[in-house]
Design a binder for this molecule. Sequence first.
Ligand code: BDR
Ligand code: CA
Length: 339
Amino acid sequence: MKILADVDTGIDDACALLQLCGCPDVELVGVTTTSGNTTAQQAALNTLAVLDMAGFPGVEVAVGTPRPLRRPLATTPETHGPGGIGYAALADLTSRLGRRPWLELWREALTSHPGEVTLLVTGPLTNLAVALEEIPDLPDLVSGIVIMGGCFWHLGNTTPTAEWNTWCDPDAAKRVFAHFEGLEESQLPVLCATEMTERIEYTPVLLDTLLARCGAAPAGLHPDRPRVDAPQAVTGKPVLDLLSDALRFYFEFHHDHDQGYVAHLHDLFAAQVATGRARVQTVATVVDVEAASDLLRGTMVRDDRGIWGRRPTARVVVDNHPAEVFEEFARALATLTGV
Ligand code: BDR
Ligand code: CA
């Protein structure tokens, strides 16, 4: 299957990319970036470095829209590290950045394989909002759209009611969901909100299990270990060192925010949904986003009871199986490391 990924790489975006690279049946037809976790430019450099370490240096990567549609640029180095991938050491691959505009990459990928490409968006919805204007038949050209973003029931990770991707560019998110109202249910984007993705709670034990599966020594990460603000190559395999150094930062971030020494791998889950690897249940419903007020910026609301009298705008994932997600991730990394 063919995947076009739109990312803001980002620690969990990096995990999503590794997952895609570790699926033998997946062809990554291109990757574009948005600003979110870091700038679109830095996200593209991070993406190139991750793909390079995973053994996929030939995938085209293009820098996407540099800032949200109407809001000022916001990034989150405290969540993902100053460069976006925690403590991981990354090669500078600026010279490999694609020269053609990101929208051309999307247009060519979608029109040369109509009905074959699944779009996976793991950052703010800026590029998708622009593309829906510029490529009006986009919903007919893709085989599916999977989005990581949003939260319901007031469990925000950025404000009390808003999730990061949706908070970053609420205007884009609002436009995107409105665009799908009235389309066939099969064409509605599949939405992985934090109610599901925060269940994908990765731990040091899961990391060590994965490393063992890949024939590497355990990282032995623990909250009481003295912190080292630098890469620590422990496994002897670059892609596993990348993962381990990235997750060490993410564990510390979650620990410092009273969530335990764990990491929520939101985007990894979305990548598994996009590639048909995650067993999920979805509900077609009306999803809308608050884009006018400051207090509720990026708050996502869904109307399951038909109170608004509107047609569904998304298929929201309402059930998942975390243990299977961890197993699938380990399988992907084992494939990447040749085990
Ligand atoms: C989302 O925001 C980013 O920090 C993550 O990469 C993920 O896409 C979770 O709220
Ligand atoms: Ca992301």
